[in-house]
Design a protein. Sequence first.
Length: 138
Amino acid sequence: MLKGFDKEDLVALWNLVKEKFSSAVPSVDKEKALWVELKRLFEPDADDVLWKLQRYMPAPLTWKLYTDCGVHYVSSTRGHDIFMLKEKDYPLSNVVMILMLGRKLQVEEDNEMARDLVMKIFMEANKPKSRSLDTSLK
């Protein structure tokens, strides 16, 4: 689907969809699907059900990067797909990030964008987790 698209095409499509549905609710299933996917892509929300259910994404995963539009996506064998803009941060679980790194990023050719994306996911997956220490107890 994303082959032949560049970043400007995606932004233009998002602007058209936002404009159309700012005054009307999507009524056709394809309209709803387009709205949901573009909203997830451009306005990530940690409360979105997609991010809450990602722990159920089974391995093996496929992880691909479309360099023309700067979109990478993770797909499971059960048909769960997550599309993400390279420059945005999404609430990926450590399990999914480790699976992504284990499967390796698929690109048409090695480039700086791909290397930066792999490093970003690696750094996020290995970030120390904050632990709350309750010092109020005596």
